[in-house]
Design a protein around this ligand. Structure first.
Ligand SMILES: *[C@@H]1O[C@H](CO)[C@@H](O)[C@H](O)[C@H]1NC(C)=O
Ligand SMILES: *[C@@H]1O[C@H](CO)[C@@H](O)[C@H](O)[C@H]1NC(C)=O
Ligand SMILES: *[C@@H]1O[C@H](CO)[C@@H](O)[C@H](O)[C@H]1NC(C)=O
Ligand SMILES: *[C@@H]1O[C@H](CO)[C@@H](O)[C@H](O)[C@H]1NC(C)=O
Ligand SMILES: *[C@@H]1O[C@H](CO)[C@@H](O)[C@H](O)[C@H]1NC(C)=O
Length: 321
């Protein structure tokens, strides 16, 4: 844009004797245009948010997928010998891998149970995880959190220890809540699942999720969802024009082709509500239809709530395989 103005200025100087007025008018017009473009792009201030030099062209598609699960402590299920990785172990594995950044979205921040006396064992996992998040800084790992919680003591504690916490005012944006729960580690490894930053998710509740390791292609796309939330800090409206840094890389019609544990697979990230779907981002409801329509023999479904009509304004992660 600046280049354009300078170019125009040069043109003006050379033409100054001929049609000075016309030239000044064109210059003014171009400057207005430049300011307008600058304003549009500044409405989504994502410049300077580097993607660590990894792009869609050279990101990694050779990924490892691990199912993570929390079975309530006091529930005994017949497992047929097939145990998935416990959610808390999965979170610690992700933190072990972290070298630069950990980005977290969670609807709840309640890892430190107030009821430690009643359930000392159950509360332990949450406290351990919280301590590890607090200690990321000492390893030089940045912690970034997007949240719609206004008054969370845990977020304040993390922010005091140099975590970057951004508030998304979901009340004014959608009259709903931010129900997503996912992690991105070093733009390489991800977690998406029902379990969130709540001690109950690590002990008392049945939760299911996936962790995908060494998968910068998928992490790049999930990071764009994170960037979308990140840019909504203190905003009371959703901009209608978005920077390329938050638009989707993959969707139901152009899914990412990747290897999951050496098996050929296709994947994309969908979000909801529609207001939160910038260009090319598949809506959750369309993704669900797409999975159902593509099924040939079976569909396995794990959902947190089955309330398809009631809770439409809520952002939620469920998993379809
Ligand atoms: C990926 O490509 C970008 C630009 O094309 C380049 O700057 C970056 O160094 C590359 N990264 C790797 C890990 O090859
Ligand atoms: C994929 O491989 C990892 C080990 O490399 C294993 O732990 C995991 O269970 C595998 N995932 C599935 C879905 O089989
Ligand atoms: C969120 O937005 C609403 C409506 O503008 C406002 O009343 C409320 O104070 C905001 N919340 C916070 C924590 O800023
Ligand atoms: C990811 O890749 C690195 C290097 O290629 C390897 O050392 C590491 O074990 C991989 N992680 C997983 C979980 O497969
Ligand atoms: C929406 O879901 C929440 C729990 O996730 C529940 O408390 C609430 O009652 C539900 N709303 C409606 C209208 O059913």
């Amino acid at each position: 844009m600046c280049m354009m103005c300078i170019f125009c200025l040069c043109a003006c100087v050379s033409l100054i004797s001929q049609s000075q007025q016309k030239c000044i008018a064109i210059f003014a017009l171009l400057c207005c245009f430049a300011v307008l473009v600058a304003l549009i792009f500044s409405s989504v201030n994502v410049w300077g948010d580097d993607e660590d030099g990894i792009t869609e062209e050279n990101c990694s598609r050779n990924c490892r997928i691990v199912l993570v699960e929390n079975i309530p402590d006091d529930l005994l299920l017949p497992m047929n010998g097939r145990l998935h990785l416990p959610l808390s172990v999965g979170f610690h594995t992700l933190l072990d891998q972290a070298k630069h950044s950990v980005e977290v979205v969670s609807p709840v921040w309640d890892l430190n149970s107030w009821d430690m006396e009643t359930w000392p064992n159950m509360a332990k996992q949450g406290q351990l995880l919280f301590q590890r998040l607090l200690s990321l800084k000492s390893r030089g790992v940045k912690l970034k959190i997007a949240s719609s919680l206004t008054n969370s003591a845990e977020l304040r504690t993390l922010a005091d220890r140099d975590a970057e916490v951004r508030f998304v005012n979901m009340t004014v944006l959608t009259r709903g809540g931010l129900h997503s729960s996912f992690w991105i580690v070093d733009r390489k490894h991800i977690y998406i699942g029902s379990g969130d930053m709540d001690w109950r998710s690590l002990s008392k509740r049945k939760e299911l999720g996936v962790m995908v390791f060494n998968c910068s292609c998928l992490a790049l796309d999930l990071h764009r969802v994170f960037s979308f939330y990140w840019q909504l800090q203190d905003r009371d409206y959703i901009p209608s024009i978005w920077s390329k840094r938050v638009t989707a890389l993959y969707g139901k019609d152009n899914a990412l082709e990747l290897q999951l544990n050496d098996t050929q697979a296709a994947a994309y990230v969908s979000t909801s509500p529609e207001l939160f779907c910038p260009k090319d981002r598949t809506r959750d409801v369309d993704a669900i239809h797409h999975v159902i329509q593509s099924a040939k023999t079976f569909i396995f479904i794990s959902v947190t709530d089955y309330l398809p009509l009631a809770n439409i304004s809520i952002l939620k992660n469920n998993i379809l395989i």
